[in-house]
Design a protein around this ligand. Structure first.
Ligand code: RIB
Length: 331
């Protein structure tokens, strides 16, 4: 079994393979309209698909970009991936999605796969454990843009980010304005720069009001299950907690489920606030107060920036978006 080739079209059309190639590659100035139309009609009838790899080799472009992201099940990443794909298709690029579970080996393998597939560029959301995949892209001169998560020790990398620390500051100032004092903070994986930035915001504000207690910072993993688990720990260890600030919405959703199942009144006894403003945060009961990241805008910008780099245009190497407090029923 083999794919339909130009030779099959040539035989059926009664012309040379070279003629078919010129028509399909739109270099057909010297060919009559009748022959051109006949060839195109036969190609369609046979469902001919041009060999993308061969075309990429000859043009050194694949019109394809890769997205490497940690957890496609987390709506934050699927929403950002959606924005990237919408933008890419408007700019006539295809997209290859790679889910890594924040596993370095998967990140490296997918990076090598995308390079071998001759992608024109990569949008990379790191799992935070290694910069090696980015070094591989750099040494192969494959353009890349970071989005959402910056990496340590690389100030020259191009990236699109949200002002994480400012987002946490906004949320805490709001909780404190509502009289909350014993605020637990649930982080993502502490090795991630986004986690460090959010923890910094928590430390700054709580210290400003002389309310900082190291033992109210709890490390989790940005998953729903992690949010449930850490909330059980928080409510069993700290009876005086009056708020829990989760570093992302799906941990907050897990926490909300535990608090309500344990009979806590939200927000009457414990206020809950998340971070991201994923679409589902508007559909919990009570609805989740959160710090909105402009997810769609960040995804769109990262794609436009990457394609600018691919086209050889100079770009602003770090773009920051502002977070926004969205007040709903859990506070
Ligand atoms: O929900 C996933 C979290 O990790 C988000 O807050 C996003 O910023 C990503 O880094």
């Amino acid at each position: 079994m083999k794919k339909v080739t130009m030779k099959d079209i040539a035989i059926k059309a009664g012309v040379s393979k070279a003629t078919v190639s010129m028509v399909l590659n739109k270099k057909d100035g010297s060919i009559s309209a009748e022959t051109k139309n006949k060839i195109l009609k036969i190609a369609e009838e046979l469902n001919y698909i041009p060999n993308g790899v061969a075309r990429s080799l000859s043009t050194n472009k694949s019109e394809t970009i890769g997205i490497i992201l940690p957890d496609i099940i987390n709506p934050f990443f699927s929403e950002i991936a959606r924005a990237i794909e919408d933008t890419a298709s408007k700019l006539n690029y295809n997209v290859i999605f790679c889910n890594t579970d924040s596993d370095v080996y998967k990140e490296i393998n997918y990076t090598k796969l995308l390079i071998s597939k001759l992608v024109d560029g990569v949008i990379f959301i790191t799992g935070g454990k290694s910069n090696h995949p980015l070094e591989i892209l750099q040494s192969n001169n494959v353009p890349f843009v970071l989005v959402d998560r910056d990496v340590e020790d690389q100030d020259n990398y191009c990236g699109v980010y949200c002002l994480n620390k400012e987002g946490v500051i906004q949320g805490l100032e709001y909780l404190i304005s509502k009289g909350r004092k014993n605020i637990a903070f649930v982080t993502g994986n502490k090795g991630l720069k986004v986690s460090k930035q959010r923890i910094e915001g928590y430390k700054d504000v709580m210290s400003k009001y002389d309310m900082f207690k190291e033992n109210l910072i709890f490390e989790s993993d940005f998953t729903i299950e992690g949010g449930m688990e850490i909330t059980e720990k928080i409510i069993s260890e700290n009876k005086e907690i009056d708020s829990i600030f989760y570093s992302n919405d799906i941990m907050a959703l897990g926490g909300l489920k535990v608090l309500l199942r344990r009979g806590f009144k939200v927000p009457g006894e414990i206020s809950v606030i998340g971070f991201d403003n994923i679409n589902i945060s508007n559909f919990t009961e009570p609805e989740l107060t959160t710090i909105a990241q402009p997810i769609y805008e960040m995804g769109k910008q990262s794609c436009e920036t990457l394609i600018d780099i691919i086209d050889g245009n100079a770009v602003n190497n770090k773009i920051y978006f502002k977070p926004e407090l969205i007040i709903r029923g859990t506070t």
